[in-house]
Design a protein around this ligand. Structure first.
Ligand code: DGT
Ligand code: CA
Ligand code: CA
Ligand code: ZN
Length: 586
């Protein structure tokens, strides 16, 4: 059987095994080996499956992958799972893993909850917290109980919604699978996926085909299908392993645009659209745009005249509207823009010229400066900033002033040998808990570009943490604040930072704010990016890459920026470094 598992999917299986082993209480060395392989796989720039398929090569050639785990990877690639995982799931119910989604609750505590209180679901955990049973447990206490209780809603949400990037991986494989149908004429994924939301509840597939059964049989035949929820003439719903639901609808070609528009949503966008149609004596639904027959009070009679529906452009044009890129269909400003004829020309991936936040082997990155340069050039960039961590982030082997100056001297040398490409001397300087920056000003003064960010003291009061960030903005050497709210989607709430105050300071001191493109961060988010634009603060979209593959997340940042309505001009790193330098006044 060929399952087409990509590296992330293989890593997820191993990670689940590691979680279950840890809950069971396995030996720490074995566990570490598993966790390391998860990281290695996620960062691997080529497909593990391709290596497996190549008789000249062996997975054990990769650092950190031993014989045992290489065999396990091969098994997962071939079967989609592991006998060990299935065995563990016989012992420990899968729902226990949902408890691990609570911020600050690791497998060790989950093991205690499971073994001592027999807790296997979030609901049971909530009840136990409310009955103060959790505080009584060894190693827990009142405060932990409160933290757990506060984290349950986030964990419950995480259960319902997956990262867009994850949904995209699944969607691409699924589309590939369905495209094999002979009868298939058109296929699109609609819904929140198409609007590029940061998380996805389910996938909504639309298809034009004159053989409904062929398409539905083919969907049922997809490897990852766990359950068919329902199947009718034109509609089918399935659930995939891992829980994602997929809704498929087969529609006639003359309704494809209307259905695509309808099922792309958002619901609120469509409500406004329906109102506009009505005021023009039209009716719009998933079948098309219709002129309402007279004398029928707009009732859904068969006499309504079909006037559009084949394409989305046609649908919008029938209501005198321009085509709205899916990312802005959120009933925010798009109808206002359309009325003024000022729909923004949204930024595209190809507009980006530099990437100004990334790590190398000097701190916690996995590639050298030279490797990052080569990879960035391959991706069409003309400049990058190397921004390794500063010393406070000791876990990541952060650099002190001395090491930084050495690194920058190397960068000067590298630059001297480069044509049509610039490497900037940078740092991701830590904003210290007590305020102030982690690197002395006289060192910072010698950098080309500095991002400042909070890694410690994330739970401080709004006043404290806002004060620290504003102080960093005031430092004349700082260029931008990285991941300004600190949220990790589905895993960690944002800091209590007052972004209004941060933005006012950024305006006053001419500083930029980052949109961190990592699909787990997307920080600033769309709403905040739109606020930055209102303040005329340029946003800088960075990958924060810790490996070569990490450079590829730029597209997720672009998608979030598009949702905010940002244009090329609103994003700082669409400029050349020369223009950028002027912008930041260096
Ligand atoms: P999700 O799946 O929670 O990430 O978000 P969506 O936006 O994909 O929502 P979903 O899957 O429930 O429905 C897809 C689209 O279909 C939605 O954006 C608008 C449309 N739609 C679904 N149900 C309704 C409804 O009851 N009324 C209207 N007007 N539109 C609906
Ligand atoms: Ca959906
Ligand atoms: Ca749906
Ligand atoms: Zn970073």
């Amino acid at each position: 059987m060929i399952t087409c598992m990509n590296n992330t999917q293989i890593a997820d299986v191993i990670n689940r095994v590691a979680d279950l082993l840890e809950i069971k209480g396995t030996n720490p060395f074995r566990l570490r080996a598993y966790r390391n392989v998860v990281r290695t796989l996620r960062d691997l720039p080529e497909s593990a499956e391709a290596i497996l398929a190549d008789p000249q090569r062996d997975l054990t050639d990769i650092k950190g992958i031993g014989k045992d785990l290489a065999e396990k990877i091969a098994t997962i690639a071939a079967t989609g799972t592991l006998p060990l995982l299935e065995e563990l799931l016989q012992e420990i119910p899968e729902s226990v893993l949902s408890i691990l989604r609570i911020p600050g609750l690791g497998p060790k505590k989950a093991a205690v909850l499971y073994n001592d209180l027999k807790i296997t679901t979030l609901d049971q955990l909530q009840a136990a917290c409310e009955a103060h049973q959790v505080a009584e447990l060894k190693g827990f206490g009142e405060k932990t109980e409160q933290t757990i209780l506060a984290g349950i809603p986030l964990a419950a949400r995480a259960e319902q919604r997956i990262y867009w990037a994850k949904a995209d991986e699944i969607a691409q494989v699924l589309l590939e699978h369905l495209r094999n149908c002979k009868s298939l004429q058109q296929i699109e994924v609609a819904g929140s996926y198409r609007r590029g939301r940061e998380t996805i509840g389910d996938l909504d597939l639309l298809v034009v085909s004159d053989d409904h059964d062929e398409v539905m049989d083919r969907l049922a035949d997809f490897d990852a299908v766990e359950q068919t929820i329902g199947r009718g003439d034109t509609k089918m719903s399935i659930r995939l392993a891992g829980g994602l639901q997929v809704d498929l609808r087969v529609v006639p070609a003359e309704s494809f645009g209307a259905a695509l528009q309808y099922f792309t949503g958002s619901k609120d966008h469509n409500v406004i659209l329906r109102g506009m149609a009505k005021s023009r004596g039209l009716k719009i639904n998933e079948w098309g745009v219709f002129r309402v027959a007279e004398g029928k009070d707009g009732a859904n009679g068969g006499d309504n005249e079909y006037i559009a529906g084949r394409t989305e452009e046609e649908v919008y044009a029938a209501i005198d509207l321009p085509y709205f890129p899916p990312e802005i269909r959120e009933a925010r400003q798009e109808f206002e823009w359309a009325e003024l004829g000022m729909l923004p020309e949204l930024i595209e991936l190809g507009d980006i010229r530099g990437d100004l936040h990334m790590h190398t082997t000097a701190s916690d990155g996995r590639a050298s400066t030279l490797e990052m340069i080569a990879a960035a050039r391959q991706r069409g960039l003309t400049y990058i900033a190397i921004t390794d961590h500063s010393k406070r982030v000791s876990m990541a082997n952060g650099l002190d002033g001395e090491r930084l100056l050495e690194q920058w001297a190397e960068i000067d040398e590298i630059n001297a040998g480069l044509k049509n490409f610039t490497v900037l001397k940078g740092v991701e300087v830590d904003i210290l808990e007590k305020g102030g920056l982690d690197i002395a000003d006289d060192v910072l003064a010698r950098a080309d570009w500095i991002v400042a960010s909070v890694h410690y003291g994330q739970r401080q009061s709004s006043e404290q943490i806002t004060g620290r960030i504003v102080e960093a903005i005031r430092n004349p050497h700082v260029s931008a604040i990285a991941h300004p709210t600190g949220r990790i989607i589905n895993r960690r709430e944002r800091y209590e930072v007052d972004l209004e105050a941060v933005m006012r300071a950024a305006v006053e001191h001419g500083k930029l704010l980052e949109l961190n493109a990592n699909p787990a961060r997307l920080d600033l988010d769309d709403v905040h990016c739109a606020a930055a634009k209102r303040h005329a603060i340029p946003v800088v979209i960075n990958t924060d890459a810790h490996s070569i593959a990490g450079l590829d997340v730029m597209r997720h940042g672009i998608q979030q920026a598009r949702r905010a309505g940002l244009t090329k001009a609103d994003v700082a790193n669409t400029r050349s470094w020369k223009q950028m330098r002027k912008l930041i006044g260096r």
